[in-house]
Every structure is written in C-alpha cells, then in structure tokens.
Design a protein around this ligand. Structure first.
Ligand SMILES: *Cc1c(COP(=O)(O)O)cnc(C)c1O
Length: 359
C-alpha cells in the first residue's frame, strides 16, 4: 500500500496554499473583460513592475500567453517566427501559432544549454528581397528557463545579444518566461534585467510559483492593448478573475521566496541520483528545478519498469523516452521527500535500501 506520495511529474501539480485559498475567498472582484477587476489590475501592475515593462495582462494559461504574444507580433498571415526546435511553443502548444494564427515556424537547433547559436538565428532570418517566395520573418522567441533542455538558464549577455540581432533586422523578441523567476533566482539577476531586451514575455503563475491558474504577459502599452482584444477573441476574457489573481499575488509575494530552496533540493536529488548505479546524468547541468536523467543500458531495469516500480512506492515521475526520465521539484516537495524518493530509486535499481524510508 502506498503510504506516501511524492509527485515529481511537474511543478504544475502544486496545490494552492492556505494563504492563497484565504486570499481567493476574500478577493475583491469585478468584470475583468471590461478591465474593472481590482485584483486583476493589482496583479497586472505588480507584474509590469517586476518585469520592467509598461503593462501586463492576465491570461488563463501559458499556452494562451504565448499564442496571444506571437499573434500580436505577427499580425499578418504568412509571418515567420524563429524559435528553438526544443521550445515549448514549437513542441507542446498544438502548433497554435500556425493553426490559429497562420504563422510559420522556423526552427533553429537548441544547444544543450538552451541557447541557439546567434549565427544560426541570423542565417534563419529571411532576406526581404525574396518576399515573392519567402514568408516574412517578424519575430524571434526564446525560452528562459529552457524546460526541455533541463531547465537551463539563458544569461543576460545571451539574451541581450539576441535582442541586438532582432533590432538590427527590425524583428521583435518574445520571451517564453514560464519559469523566468527560477532563472532570476538561479542567476542572481532581477527579472526585469533578464527581460530588458525582450519586447514581450509570458510568465507562468501556476508552475513553481504555485498559483492554481494562470499566466501573465507583459510588454508595451500598445502591445497589451492589442493582446487584450486577442485574448477576448480566443475566449480568454474572463469575468470575476480576481479570485485567481488574488492567489497569484500571494504566489508573487510568498512562493517566489522559496524557489532558491527548490533549486537546492533539486541539486541534492540530482547528486543522489548520480550516485546510483544504472542512472546517468550531468549534475552540472542542473541549474534550477528540473532534472533529466537516463537509465543506462545494462541497468537492472528499464526506464519504463523503473517508473512503474516507483509509482508503487508513491513516487511519480515523467518518462520522456524509452531511456529518459524527468523530475521537477517545487515548494511542496520537502527535503525528506527527496530522501524518500532517493531511497526508492536505490531500491528499484540496486535492490538495496540505504536510507531510512522516513514515515
Ligand atoms: C508550462 C509551459 C508553458 C505553457 O503553460 P500552460 O499554462 O501549461 O499552458 C509555456 N512554456 C513553458 C516553457 C512551459 O513550461
């Protein structure tokens, strides 16, 4: 019988805290489609401030945040966006920029550290003289942290360079900053500085920040004005949304302070996993709250069987490929959860339990 659950599938599994539930119960609300909801306005004002942008807009999800942002920048069908081949927008958002926006994706290879080579980005920009056959490049998208590259952080220097390149070619730069707060904490750089070169950004509230629902997009006043209309078009205009924004404000004030601890626990888990025979990972590449690791050939069990075995002990992880597993930490995973998870991994892979199982 499972006596304990440690859910490492994603940081989206966080549950609202007591403080969030209390804030939701007491939230001041009004109709947000008409921009009357005071809690939404408060959240948007605060998010604009921390991100260093003129304005902000609450959206139901990160997917809608990215979609709205790309579509505002690429408002002419047949526009092209340059983005990483491993980016969330390209892989996990149902191709919405194409199916809904008529925007063509041009992928550039993501390196292991989440970057795309600057010269490869530049080479992917369409020559306007070829407009009779080419789509028109209008936008570059970056992702920080780069989820599918193991939560790697993009540095300010790199982001600024891409920003300069975009400017040089008259393009916009959008940052998928679903976990930009994780990047900020890991790099020791304020969020507004990380986003300085970006014309717009999308920030998830319901990942490591632990709010139940929502993302916020940020940018210039005119960008947000257009985004507000598009959000309504896409069915994302909600009424008494302050109930959600109140929880998000608590996330912004309280959970952010726990991210550094999440990263420490992630490092601890990575170091522990690295010592287990049969697993392979690069501990140095673990910069934030995500770990990718492989079950090596010749290990006692396959990745699939390992996941099943772990599940029987209440450890939930995400299998990414026949050999690869992903785990993600968040503020509701304790140090003792990490120790318990490690002991379950050890037992599954070596048949021995080296730690006490906790409770
Ligand atoms: C989760 C995530 C999104 C999308 O957020 P949803 O709220 O799940 O739609 C976008 N980008 C990245 C990098 C993410 O991790």
């Amino acid at each position: 019988m499972v006596t304990r659950t440690v859910d490492l599938r994603s940081d989206t599994v966080t549950k609202p805290t007591e403080a969030m539930r209390a804030a939701m119960a007491n939230a001041e609300v009004d109709d947000d489609v008409l921009s009357y909801d005071p809690s939404a306005l408060r959240l948007e004002t605060e998010m604009a401030k921390v991100t260093g942008k003129e304005a902000a807009l609450f959206v139901p999800s990160g997917t809608m945040g990215n979609l709205v942002s790309v579509l505002v920048h690429c408002n002419i069908r047949g526009s092209e966006v340059i983005l990483g081949n491993n980016s969330h927008i390209h892989i996990y958002e149902n191709g919405g920029i194409s199916t809904i926006g008529g925007v063509h994706p041009r992928t550039v290879k993501n390196n292991d550290d989440g970057t795309m080579d600057i010269d490869l980005i530049e080479a992917a920009i369409r020559d306007p003289r070829g407009e009779i056959v080419y789509p028109t490049t209008r936008l570059i998208c970056l992702e920080n942290t780069q989820a599918n590259c193991g939560g790697r952080c993009l540095s300010v220097e790199y982001t600024d360079k891409v920003g300069e390149l975009a400017k040089k070619h008259g393009l916009k730069l959008h940052m998928d900053g679903a976990r930009i707060f994780n990047a900020s904490i890991a790099l020791g750089v304020p969020v507004h500085r990380l986003l300085q070169a970006a014309d717009s950004a999308s920030v998830c509230l319901s990942k490591g920040l632990g709010a139940p629902v929502g993302s916020v997009i940020v940018g210039s006043k005119s960008f947000i004005a257009k985004a507000r209309i598009l959000r309504k078009t896409l069915g994302g205009g909600m009424r008494q949304v302050g109930v959600l924004c109140a929880a998000a404000l608590v996330a912004l004030h309280e959970t952010v302070l726990k991210l550094e601890d999440d990263h420490k626990k992630t490092k601890m888990l990575a170091e522990g996993l690295n010592q287990i025979k049969g697993l392979r990972l690069n501990v140095a590449a673990v910069e934030t709250n995500i770990i990718f690791f492989d079950v090596v050939e010749g290990a006692k069990i396959t990745a699939e069987k390992l996941c099943k075995n772990l599940e029987q002990h209440g450890i939930l992880v995400m299998q990414e490929s026949p050999v690869r597993i992903r785990v993600v930490l968040h503020h509701q995973i304790s140090e003792s959860d990490v120790q318990y998870a490690l002991s379950c991994f050890k037992q599954a892979l070596t048949g021995r339990v080296q730690e006490e199982n906790g409770n």
